[in-house]
Ligand binder design. Structure first.
Ligand code: ADP
Length: 358
């Protein structure tokens, strides 16, 4: 049986999906007894945006999503949908709908009946239901499975049906809680592309919860990075990746070389700690002197890791700090210019490619 994602629990809006619908959180906090799940949260999600909340497990993402949906009261603060204060509104009085990772469909109903369920509960006229089921199935590109039973679909198809079941109610904001979490890596990557296409076509606001940094970077217009109930940084994927605002963001979003302030000062005169992405670091022969706009440090290769598209070199520097350098394997497969464990080297990067981490 479908769980908490009962489609009946949301407002059926007949307004066109393209109507503006932003979400704003003002000073929102949530406490469970002594546990502070979320604190001092100010967030603006623009209409039509694909907005991700990214963070480790327990950082407060799901709690925020549930407060926007109205499944959870706020301890403090305000939630606005389309500029209207909905802080005290019941879930079905909010123009939002939620898709969960656990997308259980009614096993004995056809796909079309599953998708129609929310409208049937609301006593929508039959002729309109069939038209809207067709439209929702079209949106997720699964019109051809309308008469099948859920067990006759693949995991990815079932997840798209869960999406259709939410979209048929025409929410203005779709909340997605780790919807791809149950899928294996390959299917997950394929679904990411499809999800993005669907969002662009339906044109509504998506708020997406994930702990997978690659997924957030792939899908989002903007990302809020959560840590311990707070947002550490909000920005486009490029901004949060290339210019991490905190050491936590730098290390949570992919691999990063964090150079502590004293060493950063010694290497290039920086006044704060630096973050340099491994793909920005080049490994050269030790006597290859850096140019004026480059920073470099000498060391020894302590490990090489072949990942297929790239090779990672772990460089043990003369200052005791380990640096990771990543090189694209775009050379001939029998290329011999690669470095090996024990080789003395120099790790080099363009000084401007190191981001200051306050
Ligand atoms: P995330 O989605 O980032 O994994 P959650 O929002 O689920 O994080 O949880 C944030 C914090 O709130 C965690 O410490 C979690 O244990 C706590 N929490 C979440 N829901 C409840 C609840 N119903 N009762 C008590 N504590 C909760």
């Amino acid at each position: 049986m479908p769980g908490t994602d009962s489609p009946a629990a949301t407002l059926d809006s007949d307004a066109p999906a393209s109507v503006d619908s932003g979400v704003e959180l003002r000073g929102v906090a949530k406490h469970y007894g002594d546990t502070v799940a979320v604190t001092d949260l100010d967030l603006v999600v623009e209409p039509g945006e694909f907005f991700s909340m990214l963070g480790p497990s327990g950082s407060g993402k799901t709690t925020v999503l549930r407060m926007i949906a109205g499944f959870e009261d706020v301890t403090r603060g305000q939630i606005l949908l389309d500029g209207q204060d909905v802080t005290s509104a019941a879930p079905f009085d909010r123009t939002v709908n939620t898709v969960f990772q656990d997308y259980a469909l009614f096993p004995h109903m056809t796909i079309a009946e599953n998708v129609a369920y929310g409208l049937r509960v609301r006593k929508t006229p039959k002729s309109e239901i069939s038209h809207r089921v067709a439209e929702a199935l079209e949106q997720v590109k699964l019109a051809h499975v309308a008469d099948r039973l859920p067990h006759q679909l693949s995991g990815g198809q079932r997840q798209r049906i869960a999406l259709a079941r939410a979209l048929i109610l025409r929410p203005r904001v779709l909340l997605l809680d780790e919807p791809l979490g149950a899928l294996d890596k390959q299917l997950r990557e394929q679904m990411q592309i499809e999800l993005k296409q669907i969002q662009r076509e339906v044109g509504i606001t998506f708020i997406f919860v994930t702990h997978d940094q690659e997924e957030a970077l792939t899908l989002s217009d903007r990302i809020a990075v959560f840590n311990e109930g707070r947002v550490e940084q909000v920005g486009t994927p490029r901004e949060v990746y290339e210019y991490p605002g905190t050491a936590f963001v730098a290390s949570f979003l992919g691999l990063s070389n964090l150079i502590p302030a004293p060493l950063a000062r010694e290497l290039c005169g920086a006044t704060a700690a630096l973050s340099v992405r491994p793909e920005r670091v080049r490994v050269t022969a030790p006597d290859d002197l850096p140019r004026e706009n480059e920073t470099s440090v000498r060391g020894t290769i302590s490990e090489t890791v072949y990942t297929g598209p790239t090779t990672r070199y772990i460089v043990e520097t003369e200052f005791g700090l380990q640096l990771i350098a990543e090189r694209h394997n775009d050379h001939a497969p029998d290329d011999t210019s690669a470095f090996h464990r024990g080789d003395p080297v120099r790790a080099v990067w363009f000084t401007e490619h190191a981001a200051i981490v306050p």
